[in-house]
Design a protein around this ligand. Structure first.
Ligand code: SDX
Length: 432
């Protein structure tokens, strides 16, 4: 928890002074407590994009962007990716500690037994065009879940929060797989309780009635690691969307649907799909320089997808694990020649030596390599952000629970710097 230390900052505005408490966390930058600023000095802070604003106190994830450090409840992401599995990391994010064997079994069973969806939910898919983007389906279907599970929408009841949290984590892969199957025109698969979380998702995505489905351990293990790498990431855009939606008292299903909507943007979770499309557009190593120059051109809105990050001004630790996994999976799958990977590696090499990228501290982020692995697994680019949403649902649910139980949290309602017209009288039509 935050401890108030005796250090204070003094703000002097015109002839008024205000002492601001400096609050320290367990690690990372301190924060200036400005909660009294408006009432005392009659002014707001101004921080478009919230680059220097702490919106909450949290114990879930810590990022040191300068050093490329990512901790989940204190555990480095590299160690979790190497030694843990997705449901264990989910338990950690939700509860603060790694589960012992009894907790692990209870949690895994609870998730397993909630993986089926209400049979009537299937009707929602029929309303979408077959070529609908699966993220459109995810936003719609997840938002509708509250109408099927009204018994777990009371956010003030800890038991209902627990059930809705587990239902969301359990059902999101089923809903995602159904969106994929619907786009293919193939029948939906029911979850199989004998499979683990990642195996089950792959089975629901790739199993067809015409033949027996065989789980490929290389792919299910790689998918599990990719889910771990995407599970949570502090107060990113979609997590902040979930928190602010939750701060109004909206039910958890609606909040997660709002997170999915925010994640879809190409500047955020949609970047993994945009990276693959960009690599395909580059097409060959010879074209890389042209695209790098475009990305550097102030007058060209084009940016290198998969590069840059609001927080990381060093290599995104998830990208390093993802790059390693990419080589591992392609080797194990016997993919000898993947031109997109060759282009990605060459692009990374060129960009990391280019002054523009060095000065602006633009490094590959989590989305740069993930798509190449997902493509090798058989997923189309439209499904990449859906997979990101499957993983991030755990982080959103953990952050939503933390926000609901935070005694100082209240409805999120930022102010503004108003630069519009000052008061004026109405002008009748005949006088305009
Ligand atoms: C995710 O926040 C999270 O934690 C997100 C995430 C998570 O796990 O939740 O990590 C997941 O969203 C990763 C990011 C995926 N997005 C992309 O790969 C899209 C490409 N990247 C950029 O659009 C950008 O880097 C952002 C959106 C990621 C960050 O934007 P910021 O922090 O607002 O940075 P900025 O736009 O202010 O850029 C700073 C400068 C600008 O140049 P100047 O105006 O200072 O001259 O760097 C330039 C930008 O033009 N820049 C880029 C660039 N990213 C930033 N130039 C070229 N290519 C890029 N990719």
């Amino acid at each position: 928890m935050t401890e108030k230390n005796f250090k204070k900052a003094k703000l002097i505005l015109d002839n008024k002074e205000l002492d601001l408490d400096i609050l320290n966390g367990s690690v990372g930058p301190s924060v200036l407590d400005i909660r009294n600023l408006y009432s005392k000095l009659g002014c707001f802070t101004y921080d478009p994009g919230y680059g220097a604003t702490g919106s909450c106190e949290s114990e879930i994830t810590y990022i040191n962007g300068e050093e490329g450090v990512l901790l989940h409840r204190g555990y480095p992401i590299e160690e979790l990716a190497k030694n843990s599995n997705f449901l264990e990391v989910a338990f950690l994010l939700l509860n603060g500690e790694l589960p012992n064997s009894d907790d692990k079994e209870e949690f895994e069973n609870a998730i397993t037994f909630h993986t089926m969806v209400h049979e009537q939910l299937i009707n929602f898919y029929r309303g979408f065009r077959r070529d609908a983007h699966p993220m459109a389906i995810m936003v719609g279907v997840v938002g509708a879940l509250s109408s099927f599970y009204p018994d777990s929408t009371n956010i003030n009841d800890p038991q209902q929060r627990l059930i809705s949290s587990r239902r969301l984590i359990a059902k999101i892969p089923t809903i995602a797989a159904m969106a994929f199957k619907y786009s293919l025109g193939q029948p939906f698969n029911y979850p199989q309780n004998k499979l683990n979380y990642s195996e089950n998702f792959l089975h629901m995505c790739f199993s067809v009635p015409a033949e027996e489905y065989k789980n490929n351990p290389v792919i299910s293990k790689a998918l599990d690691r990719i889910l771990i790498l995407h599970a949570d990431h502090e107060q990113n855009a979609s997590t902040s969307t979930v928190r602010i939606a939750g701060s109004s008292g909206a039910n958890p299903f609606a909040c997660i649907a709002s997170g999915i909507a925010s994640l879809w943007g190409p500047a955020h979770g949609g970047a993994n799909e945009a990276v693959l499309n960009m690599l395909a557009e580059i097409g060959s190593k010879e074209n890389i320089k042209k695209f790098v120059d475009k990305a550097k051109d102030k007058n060209d809105p084009f940016r290198l997808f998969g590069f840059g990050h609001r927080v990381y001004k060093n290599y995104d630790p998830r990208a390093s694990v993802m790059r390693e996994t990419c080589h591992e999976v392609l080797d194990l799958l016997g993919v000898k020649n993947e031109p997109l990977l060759d282009i990605a590696m060459e692009l990374e090499k060129i960009a990391l030596k280019d002054d523009y990228f060095v000065e602006k501290k633009l490094y590959p982020n989590v989305d740069f390599y993930s798509g190449i692995i997902l493509k090798a697994m058989g997923f189309p680019t439209e499904m990449f952000t859906v997979l990101f949403a499957v993983a991030r649902t755990v982080g959103w649910v953990a952050q939503w629970n933390e926000m609901i139980t935070d005694p100082v949290q209240r409805i999120g309602r930022p102010r503004q710097l108003y630069t519009g017209k000052t008061e004026r009288s109405f002008i009748k039509l005949q006088d305009r």
